[in-house]
Design a protein around this ligand. Structure first.
Ligand SMILES: [Fe+2]
Length: 375
């Protein structure tokens, strides 16, 4: 029997209106000053930033609202400077994956003194715990509220880089599905597909464990049963709650297993072609289900069974059907990728930690054939 371990240090507070708990949660940290990290506009526009400031009216809160979609290294550097100048000793990340990942990087790297890119490139290891972090997701997909990862883009080198360390887990995750009802339809679709890809990859990952399997299969069932309904009934809080739970499960699953080839290939699709993360995963997911079924057929049949599909091809049909219902592109040609771009995607599509975690070895020729088949 393989040796495995399980430890998720993030305390999760989940449910409708759980945001109201933030007053007590923050009080337990006794902070002097809080850095609230948000995106540029939407949280302010929707009044969520003001609600949080109101819940924390007895605390000193300073807002860092400089996080863009797919944050760049410079956003993290500026955030660290802001945290130090303002002498903040607690960070709250409020938003989608980009915002929470920035908050994670700022909180941990503010206590590790070397330049940010040294940690992102893997040249230097994180050695010190960061400032405590509370993650409050407003999308349902990345599961980053419970993982030890933070993805940041190096715009100058066009590379998506990742931090991975146990000190990056948020201290607390407040998952309030009511915060996700205002997501635009496209974001509901693509973040939900990210969660699906994460669950499927966690289930077939070489590093899967009996515990990650439970989260992955339950997440897959939740997504197939609720994502289309969530897409079509944006304000239905029951559906939103199910998808928030699925995203949380996907985050716990990949925090145990890491992702695999689908996420690995998604990175150059995002950095070079500005394809949103969840869509970049969904584009190759059905192809890799078929590809991996040659070596982990039984596991893929288990996934099929979970959603009432007969076999591997049935699972692929259902996955493609789900993607169609969400009205997002299914082919690389539809999102601006041309035959002449394939070489670049292949050359940057293999991230050792993820590609080698795929159950079936993927060669450059295999990947090229899969991508060409999607043009
Ligand atoms: Fe992801």
């Amino acid at each position: 029997m393989e040796v495995w371990s399980y430890h998720i240090p993030t305390k999760v507070i989940f449910g409708k209106k759980s945001l109201e708990k933030i007053t007590d949660v923050v009080e337990s940290f006794k902070p002097n000053r809080i850095m609230l990290v948000t995106g540029r506009k939407s949280m302010k526009k929707l009044g969520v930033t003001d609600r949080i400031i109101d819940y924390l009216k007895n605390c000193r809160v300073v807002v860092y609202n400089k996080v863009e979609q797919n944050p760049d290294v410079s956003t993290v550097e500026k955030g660290i400077r802001f945290l130090k100048d303002e002498k903040c000793d607690l960070v709250i990340g409020l938003g989608g994956g980009s915002t929470i990942d920035t908050a994670k990087a700022v909180s941990v790297l503010s206590k590790n003194q070397r330049p940010v890119d040294e940690y992102l490139s893997g040249k230097r290891k994180i050695v010190d715990r960061g400032v405590p972090l509370i993650a409050i997701p407003t999308t349902a997909g990345t599961g980053t509220e419970v993982t030890q990862y933070a993805s940041i883009i190096d715009e100058t080198k066009k590379r998506k880089l990742s931090l991975s360390h146990e000190y990056i887990h948020p201290s607390i995750a407040i998952v309030d599905p009511t915060l996700t009802v205002t997501m635009p339809k496209f974001v509901t679709a693509t973040t939900g597909l990210d969660a699906l890809s994460q669950c499927i990859e966690a289930y077939w990952a070489k590093d899967h464990t009996p515990i990650s399997d439970i989260y992955a299969l339950n997440g897959i069932a939740l997504i197939f049963n609720n994502l289309v309904n969530t897409f079509n009934h944006a304000e239905n809080i029951t559906f939103r709650g199910k998808m928030a739970l699925a995203a949380l499960f996907s985050g716990i699953a990949i925090s145990i297993t890491k992702t695999t080839i689908v996420h690995s290939v998604s990175y150059p699709l995002t950095t070079h072609f500005k394809i949103s993360h969840g869509l970049a995963c969904a584009l190759t997911l059905p192809s890799f289900i078929r590809y991996n079924s040659k070596v982990v057929r039984q596991r893929i049949c288990n996934i099929a069974q979970t959603i009432g599909a007969e076999d591997v091809e049935g699972l692929i049909r259902k996955t493609e059907g789900l993607i169609s219902c969400l009205e997002v592109p299914k082919r690389l040609g539809e999102v601006g990728v041309q035959r002449t771009d394939i070489e670049l995607i292949v050359s940057e599509g293999f991230r050792p930690d993820r590609a080698e975690n795929n159950p079936r070895k993927v060669t450059k020729e295999d990947l090229k054939a899969i991508l060409e088949g999607l043009l």
